[in-house]
Design a protein around this ligand. Structure first.
Ligand code: NAD
Length: 364
């Protein structure tokens, strides 16, 4: 088993990565001093596959376990579902010390995290991610949220888990499109921070997309090692952590404009390519590197260009970009790369420039 520590003073915690880990979570939590009631929050796809192994280990370690299941899907990341979970927690007489365990993808993790952060002003949280995206991104770093109307992640809290357990065996049942979705963030981490990892991905993407467990384990570990120190340096996203938004300024706008028909990882992939082309235009990135990025993104089954231009209206897209959460004093804080592995924030990028690379030679 691999352990990566997220250093946040009294809020520090470990990410444990490996195979066959679910049955051990109970004992680990007992050793950490937890006892009594625990509530597993999971979704309708993940529960039948993985809840029993986790539950058994918790029961063997002396925990009283209750399982709350929500239907799978982003539509559940709402205040209404959070309200239903508060109600169930109250009915189960959950206390300040009751552990909430999020077992599932990023939707379960964000929602259960938000509920844990707010129920009784905060109960302990453990993340057990089962999607690649959740393992490499959403399960650690402390961002929890729900969507509000059409506004994604609009209401939330920074709330760190006590432990994260990524059992890569669970990825075997993850649909291919979800594997690709997570790979968007994986490629992003490599592109902004780690040239060696970028080259590793170029060699091993085919294996990873064929569910090779050893490769996936390496990928999850490497991502934790890249993101953990960034989060530790900048817990609440005032500086360094902004780099993690590489590809996201354009990505969020594409995602919103498609009414979330385009998945996050796909939208980020399109955004990463746009950012790479901008870096090339500004003389930072050689054409060869842009090409390598394109090949890697395609190998992960992700798009490199905007889809069906009939649906994507240039002005609307650029307007959405202007209103991104990351815009400050009217200036886009755009993440660019100087080279593979070396990202920085530029305020020189205008919506017009973005439009030029995104709609290069295409009419709208
Ligand atoms: P998801 O939770 O909807 O999971 C994707 C699908 O895969 C779901 O149908 C789920 O039931 C299924 N699934 C998950 N694990 C499985 C497994 N092992 N086997 C079979 N099916 C499985 O989506 P996601 O992509 O994991 O996460 C997306 C969410 O994460 C979004 O809401 C996004 O806003 C959020 N997010 C949060 C952060 C953060 O820092 N908090 C970062 C990135 C994304």
């Amino acid at each position: 088993m691999i352990k990566v520590r997220v250093e946040l003073r009294e809020n520090s915690y470990e990410i444990r990565i490996g195979q066959g880990l679910l049955p051990h979570v109970g004992l680990w939590l007992k050793k950490k001093g937890f006892s009594g009631k625990t509530v597993i929050i999971t979704d309708s796809n993940v529960r039948p596959l993985y809840a029993a192994a986790l539950e058994r280990g918790l029961a063997d370690a002396g925990f009283k376990v209750t399982v709350f299941e929500i239907p799978a899907g982003e539509e559940q990341k709402t205040l209404t579902t959070a309200g239903q979970l508060y109600q169930l927690l109250a009915e189960a007489f959950a206390e300040r010390t009751t552990l909430i365990i999020a077992l599932g993808g990023g939707v379960v993790g964000d929602l259960a995290g938000f509920v844990a952060a707010t129920y009784m002003r905060g109960v302990p949280l453990v993340q057990v991610p089962t999607s690649l995206l959740a393992m490499v991104d959403s399960s650690f770093g402390g961002k929890t949220a729900i969507d509000y109307g059409s506004l994604k992640n609009m209401v939330g809290a920074f709330y760190q888990p006590k432990l994260v357990v990524a059992d890569v065996d669970t990825l075997k049942t993850l649909p291919k499109i979800e594997l690709a979705n997570g790979m968007g963030e994986v490629i992003k981490h490599a592109v902004i921070r780690d040239k060696g990892f970028f080259n590793f991905l170029r060699k091993n993407m085919a294996g990873a997309m064929a569910y090779d467990t050893k490769t996936l384990k390496k990928i999850v570990e490497k991502n934790a090692r890249i993101k953990a120190p960034v989060v530790a340096t900048d817990e609440k996203e005032s500086g360094l952590r902004t780099l993690l938004n590489y590809g996201h300024t354009v990505g969020h706008a594409v995602e919103a404009l498609s009414d979330f028909q385009i998945k996050h990882g796909q939208a980020v992939a399109i955004g990463m390519m746009a950012a790479a082309k901008l870096a090339q235009r500004l003389g930072f990135l050689a054409e060869k590197k842009v090409k390598q990025m394109e090949e890697l993104i395609l190998a992960a089954g992700l798009p490199v260009n905007l889809p069906d231009l009939d649906q994507i209206e240039k002005e609307t897209l650029l307007e959405l970009i202007k209103h991104d959460k990351k815009v400050r004093d009217g200036k886009i804080r755009f993440v660019l790369i100087k080279a593979i592995g070396n990202a920085f924030i530029s305020d020189k990028i205008t919506p017009e420039l973005i439009g030029e690379v995104l709609f290069d030679g295409k009419h709208t």
